[in-house]
Design a binder for this molecule. Structure first.
Ligand SMILES: [Zn+2]
Ligand SMILES: [Zn+2]
Length: 324
């Protein structure tokens, strides 16, 4: 999701930009290296098409693994306990939310939110102990290993295209570039996925309580959260994008001695303020290169001005020779 730039004091409350900010963003956007995703040309069309397919494939696998991992958790028991703690009667709004003074209702809503959060967190903390939890970790590991391969292949393919070569053996390059992620990155991604699910689950519990949903409706809404696995999609996306650009940067550094890399913004017409800021702060040394700024961030890495792309020796093994 493209996040809007941070509003200033003069921006209207509807989220649109005041003329000043609009100019600032336009100006900043013009000043940083950028890729327009609606008008991808040449090798970049291949790079992004392959990456989108990779994201989709691994997100699907990870969502399946997630559903298996949470299948054994007793969601009905959570909903029942939450309703008990929230003093709910079936079919009636939670106490205080609708028929108290605005002040009391506000207080009770806040309390409901806290209760939902802590109960959802306790509930999903149990996912680590589920027999199929390792399946989720395996899915994340596989996704990040493939992303490293894809990033390495992208750096080589962009360099080959830059040097005027046509055919590039993507599959082979992506396979050769695969690299197992470190365990810390895998567990951190899994923790983000779980934390995101806690937020989503707490949100539906709270709004169902305030709306006076029946136990059945509340359970259905909570099940939908676990089934959809939106946090799996979002945080795996971000972790994969980070792994892809880290691999690109590593390839540029290791194979070409490229010591400065731009954070190139990529968007369909508008890039968020956070990404613009990262682009403006560049170029970066390989060790300081920032990760993906948010889920669905498609910003990418490219050698900074003054550095050429990788030499032929780096990608020669992947050129597809035309028959003589
Ligand atoms: Zn962004
Ligand atoms: Zn971005």
């Amino acid at each position: 999701m493209a996040l809007p730039p941070l509003p200033c004091l003069y921006c209207p409350p509807d989220g649109s930009l005041c003329s000043r900010c609009d100019d600032d963003v336009a100006e900043a956007a013009a000043a940083v290296p950028q890729i327009d995703l609606t008008d991808l040309r040449g090798i970049w069309a291949d790079v992004y098409a392959r990456q989108e397919a990779l994201y989709a494939r691994h997100q699907r696998k990870a969502r399946t693994a997630w559903r298996k991992a949470v299948a054994g958790l007793d969601l009905a028991a959570l909903v029942a306990a939450f309703r008990r703690h929230a003093l709910m009667l079936d079919g009636a709004p939670a106490p205080g939310t609708d028929h108290e003074s605005p002040q009391a209702a506000k207080h009770h809503k806040a309390e409901l939110r806290k209760l939902a959060r802590s109960m959802a967190a306790g509930f999903l903390a149990g996912v680590n102990d589920q027999p199929d939890y390792t399946g989720l970790l395996d899915a994340v590991t596989g996704a990040l290993a493939a992303s490293a391969g894809e990033g390495t292949a992208a750096a080589l393919a962009v360099s080959a295209a830059g040097a005027g070569y046509g055919g590039f053996a993507w599959q082979k390059a992506a396979r050769d570039g695969r690299q197992e992620p470190d365990q810390g990155t895998v567990t951190r991604t899994a923790a983000q996925i779980i934390a995101g699910a806690v937020t989503d689950l707490a949100r539906v519990l709270t709004s169902a309580a305030i709306a006076g949903a029946t136990a059945e409706a509340m359970l259905a809404a909570a099940s939908a959260v676990l089934r959809k696995g939106l946090s799996v999609t979002a945080f795996l996306d971000q972790a994969m994008a980070s792994a892809i650009s880290a691999a690109m940067v590593a390839a540029y550094a290791a194979l070409g001695g490229i010591r400065l890399v731009d954070f190139v913004t990529a968007g369909d017409g508008r890039v968020c303020g956070r990404c613009l800021e990262k682009a403006a702060e560049g170029p970066y040394s390989p060790r300081d290169y920032p990760g993906s700024q948010h889920p669905d961030c498609r910003c990418t890495a490219h050698p900074a001005a003054g550095f050429s792309l990788l030499p032929v020796a780096a990608f020669a093994a992947y050129l597809i020779q035309k028959a003589a």
